[in-house]
Write a protein that binds this ligand. Structure first.
Ligand SMILES: C[S@@+](CC[C@H](N)C(=O)[O-])C[C@H]1O[C@@H](n2cnc3c(N)ncnc32)[C@H](O)[C@@H]1O
Length: 301
């Protein structure tokens, strides 16, 4: 394992693709702000930051209040979080693991700046670049909801393997952009096929995969990982869930899907020549299909 001194120190604001003090640059689409590279299909504006916080609540709910699905030893030394967003996860992890050094990397400088514990640092960079951390030095690597910003997943996991200590752990979470019927009345067919097929078509045109998890096992094995386990959580949408636990998830998921639906559409559609008016003409069909009384839509995390 490399020593502490060999490691480049990356204080907040030192590795910026979006340097502090300079006029922020961004691409605007459907009223949202996207990273100026045009390669990150999730925005970074206030509305998206609110969505990220709701999503964090949803995931904690799925994990029965925990911050990880993986059992991590309490004396863990070094944690790396890829695509930290507002930083809510590393900041909460820092309280639970006060002895751990936690580094979060994100391409946008949107991390909370108040009450940052001394054991958390953020680096501003594309996670597809080399990370500012030594090989074989990370105990636990966390990547959550990076889809829409990563083009070369196999290389990402190869770097993850290289940076982890032998025996280190990786936890990766994504949500599938697929919607199924809980009662199975619609067989294996997905709900809302017309919009989702359009979405997939535009994603393909942009060479971006919003549902990478089915390929995960192959990429992970190729990178050298062992003992791979998959956990799937059902997330209801619409108005059908009765069970208290599922109802809580449904409320949070509806907030994400209905109030923040456009967040992940703006750049994707604009880059393929769609205007907001054209988009507004097709989006309501998606919403009304989701609220169809005969269906019990759910997605998977
Ligand atoms: C949907 S948010 C999830 C935030 C956080 N992981 C969470 O679960 O709360 C995705 C975050 O990943 C970042 N991101 C996406 N692609 C990235 C990339 N290639 N390099 C660095 N950050 C990236 C975005 O800037 C955004 O903050």
């Amino acid at each position: 394992m490399a020593s502490q001194q060999e490691e480049p120190s990356v204080p907040i604001g030192d590795s910026g693709a979006d340097p502090v003090g300079e006029e922020p640059q961004y691409i605007e689409a459907f009223g949202h702000k996207y990273h100026h590279s045009g390669r990150i299909f999730v925005p970074f504006d206030e509305k998206e930051q609110q969505r990220m916080e709701v999503q964090h609540k949803l995931i904690r709910h799925c994990l029965n209040g925990a911050l990880t699905a993986t059992r991590i030893p309490l004396n863990v030394e070094r944690i790396l979080d890829l695509g930290s967003g507002t930083g809510v996860w590393p900041l909460e992890m820092a309280v639970r693991y006060p002895q751990a050094e936690i580094l979060g990397i994100d391409i946008s400088r949107i991390q909370r700046t108040n009450a940052v514990p001394p054991n958390v640092r953020f680096a501003i960079d594309n996670v597809e670049n080399p990370w500012p951390i030594s090989a074989s030095s990370v105990d636990f690597l966390h990547a959550r909801h990076l889809a829409g910003g990563v083009t070369d997943w196999p290389s990402l996991f190869k770097q993850a393997y290289e940076k982890l200590k032998p025996g280190g752990l990786l936890e990766w979470t994504e949500q599938a952009i697929q919607i199924f019927d809980f009662d199975g009345n619609f067989g294996d067919a997905e709900l809302c096929p017309s919009f989702l097929n359009l979405w997939r078509d535009l994603s393909k045109q942009n060479n971006i995969d919003f549902t990478p998890s089915p390929n995960g096992p192959v990429w992970l094995v190729d990178a050298g990982f062992e003992n791979i386990a998959q956990r799937t959580e059902i997330i209801p949408l619409g108005e059908w869930a009765q069970d208290e636990k599922l109802r809580t998830r449904q409320t949070l998921m509806n907030k994400i899907s209905f109030e923040h639906f456009e967040n992940h559409c703006g750049l994707l559609f604009t880059k393929c020549g769609w205007t907001k008016e054209r988009f507004d003409a097709v989006a309501p069909t998606f919403f009304s299909e989701l609220r169809e009384a005969s269906q019990k839509p759910y997605t998977m995390m």
